[in-house]
Design a protein around this ligand. Sequence first.
Ligand code: RRO
Length: 307
Amino acid sequence: MISFCGIELAHPVVNGSGTFDAIAARRAFGDALLDDFPFAAFVSKTVTRAPRQGNPPPRLWELGAGMINSIGLPNKGLAGYLAEDLPQLAELPVPLIVNVMGSSAEDVAALVSAFAEREEVAALELNVSCPNVKTGLLMGADPGETAALLDAVRPLTAKPLVVKLTPNCASPAAVAAAAEAHGADAVSLINTIRGMAMHPRRPGEAWLGGGTGGVSGPAVHAVALAQVREVRERVRIPVVGMGGVATGRQARDMIDAGADLVGVGTASFRDPLAGARIAVELQRLSANSGITGGTPEPAPARIADAR
Ligand code: RRO
């Protein structure tokens, strides 16, 4: 077992928010999913205060080395999440981390307050990649904005607060340092890198309905390693490192760059069991090198059998 912000985890591999739909997976795999859950904690898709439709299609573009998404936060809103999703996610056999996002500190505060008293929730992840309507900045692109957000929400809960950093700013490490100084318990990075795909048949037009989107997958792994290392050198709090991790070797590299936990995202789209495989590969690598780490369960066979 390893400890993350006081939460006991069986191994260091978690999912990146929004990259694994545990409720749909439970429908597809049944209770086999609960017996062999691929992650040591589950990070749920971003919840906003009000329901959102998300961006117009198309929402995905496949790259040679990953993909671009422009999903646009479709979700049921806080009330819908509490009534419909939370009871189902509470049945998962691992701690639940709820990812929340708002376009103002007041919005985020309402979300944090609502989850503060829910014992089903182990921690909150603050997605600070959202444009701030007041200044036009991304909240998480600016250390001062991030500090102000933490000042507003830190007093509202004793639960661990993980700040999900954006790579689309001058210095993610400066934002991480501000988050730590203002009470964050951990940081996670990277979120996706802003990118664009041109429409293959309409010259000059964007393919994605949202215009631009977020690049993820193998294409961003090297960028993630560099940013995780830079952040690690600036903060003492735990770091959740993610970006293009698809093998145990890449997870090991993420840890060596400075991560305490490793997030798996895009790899789960191709293989929903990627997290379990990566955890086992990582454990074998760590055992062979004498590095102590988590002790993942043996490779899950039952979900694979059910497929
Ligand atoms: O929903 C999305 O389009 C989205 C979000 Br909230 C995010 O944080 N990162 C991303 O790549 N897509």
